[in-house]
Design a binder for this molecule. Structure first.
Ligand SMILES: Cc1cc2nc3c(=O)[nH]c(=O)nc-3n(C[C@H](O)[C@H](O)[C@H](O)COP(=O)(O)OP(=O)(O)OC[C@H]3O[C@@H](n4cnc5c(N)ncnc54)[C@H](O)[C@@H]3O)c2cc1C
Length: 447
């Protein structure tokens, strides 16, 4: 490998700890702290009318805590998102969702059993008696919605639903949240101490504030402030198109190369169609660019977007950025349209860089002319790797990667491509002994 030893500018100062570790530690420390406080409050002030109802309270309280954590993970808090990444946060959200399901089921079951023991009645008689009072009915409805949402999130069912249908069903969680909160409020028996009760509701206020701030207020404010519009639509190939977006004060949009935004084109698409696309050029303060491959109706329709169309964009999101660089050299690996964030990372690459671009055929290598020009400018080595993977053509097997980049262990590796390719690359990197902290993957998948 030649010509790769001269950085274009001095590397940025090293952070004290990798940002992802810092953010994880901060998040789990906050969770641990509040959990501890709630456990203490429960031990002191949470006793129910009998042992079973105390257990019911315990599960109810923890269901609420899990719900708070769930909402925090999807609140799109910029500090967490840039460091941990929306893909990882939504993956955690998915797994915690299943714990929430079982905690809700246990809470409901223990409530019924507890009251039936107290009243010396059959469980189903108690169930109908509970459903006859508003607090009980609201709780039952909230639990039923959560069970329904969790059921469609099981992999075999999720795969059968379109993204929009699944997302629409998932949105019912806000109804469950509202019903659950009114249920808690009407019950009014969570803690017997006013201070504990105040703390509990303050915690809820904090979580809901973060959620509304991150998902509603910030996007609305940014779109109002920046007034995004389509400036140009440029076909890159038969099935790939770039959309250039301008707006006001784009220099104040905290976007970084490698990030993505969730785009809506009202008037052209239906309002609920929102699709994530990475920035395929490093933000320059004047315009943004996305480059999309046609896989469904929205992405295919982008090439017909009229210039001047208003754009509603959420973000920027994602942790596939240079803030996670730990070494003074990098390897960028792209497969197919996964080149989009890689292209923008190359544009702002000021350390010795190698780019590997995997495509089925040379004709599929979109943005190639730009990549070649950038590679020249940045003194980077660009290798296009055409062909289908098979015997004799497996560049991302450990030995193939090592042959291409012998100093791979001393580089940060950024990989973006089809899920199977990305998984294969990550596996090979681990086999080659590249530490996990140096591996950064964008999977083009959020849940
Ligand atoms: C973080 C991220 C960055 C991406 N960047 C790019 C990019 O730079 N260029 C590019 O060509 N593609 C990118 N994608 C993929 C792109 O989002 C989908 O191809 C696109 O949304 C398909 O929409 P469609 O309506 O045309 O097709 P559909 O047939 O509706 O969907 C095709 C596939 O895309 C998924 N999808 C649709 N809408 C969404 C959504 N809102 N969120 C998550 N997944 C969705 C569906 O689950 C389905 O698997 C990215 C995806 C993610 C998650």
């Amino acid at each position: 490998m030649t010509g790769l030893s001269q950085p274009m500018s001095p590397p940025a100062a090293r952070p004290i700890a990798p940002p992802v570790m810092l953010a994880r530690a901060a998040l789990w420390a906050a969770v641990g702290f509040h959990l501890l406080v709630v456990e203490v409050m429960f031990a002191l002030y949470g006793t129910g009318k009998n042992g079973i109802l105390t257990a019911a309270k315990f599960f109810g309280l923890h269901a609420a805590l899990l719900m708070m954590l769930q909402l925090t993970l999807i609140a799109r808090i910029p500090w967490l998102d840039r460091r941990i990444g929306m893909d990882r946060l939504t993956a955690w959200h998915r797994w915690i969702g299943f714990s929430l399901l079982w905690t809700v089921v246990l809470h409901g079951s223990f409530v019924v059993l507890g009251y039936s023991a107290l009243d010396d009645a059959a469980p189903w008689t108690t169930f109908f008696a509970l459903a006859a009072v508003p607090a009980g009915l609201l709780g039952i409805c909230a639990a039923a919605i959560i069970v329904g949402i969790a059921s469609v999130s099981f992999r075999f069912l999720r795969r059968r639903l379109s993204y929009e249908v699944w997302h629409g069903i998932h949105m019912c969680v806000y109804l469950a949240l509202l019903l659950g909160m009114v249920h808690q409020f009407l019950e009014g028996t969570t803690f017997s101490s006013p201070v504990a009760t105040l703390y509990w509701w303050a915690l809820w206020a904090l979580v809901l504030g973060a959620l509304v701030g991150g998902r509603v207020i910030l996007p609305l404010w940014r779109n109002h402030y920046h007034q995004f519009r389509v400036a140009a639509v440029v076909p890159e190939s038969d099935d790939v198109v770039s959309v250039h977006v301008t707006g006001r004060h784009l220099d104040r949009l905290p976007a970084r190369a490698g990030q993505f935004m969730i785009w809506r084109f009202p008037g052209h698409n239906r309002w609920w169609q929102a699709n994530p696309f990475s920035l395929s050029a490093a933000p320059n303060g004047r315009s943004l660019r996305l480059t999309a491959k046609a896989v469904g109706s929205t992405s295919a329709g982008l090439r017909h977007l009229p210039v001047g169309t208003r754009v509603f964009a959420e973000g920027p999101y994602g942790a596939f950025t240079s803030i996670h660089q730990t070494k003074p050299a990098r390897l960028l690996i792209a497969g197919g349209v996964g080149i989009t964030p890689v292209r923008s990372l190359l544009e702002e690459s000021y350390v010795p860089t190698v780019v590997l671009y995997r495509v089925p055929d040379l004709r599929d290598a979109v943005l190639l002319a730009e990549l070649e020009a950038l590679a020249r400018e940045r003194n980077a080595l660009l290798r296009v790797l055409p062909g289908r993977t098979g015997p004799g053509n497996a560049p991302f097997e450990p030995q193939g990667l090592y042959a291409l980049v012998p100093d791979i262990q001393h580089r940060d590796v950024y990989v973006c491509g089809p899920p199977r390719m990305t998984e294969a690359v990550v596996k090979s990197l681990k086999a080659l002994g590249v530490p996990g902290i140096q591996i950064h993957a964008e999977r083009f998948a959020l849940a």
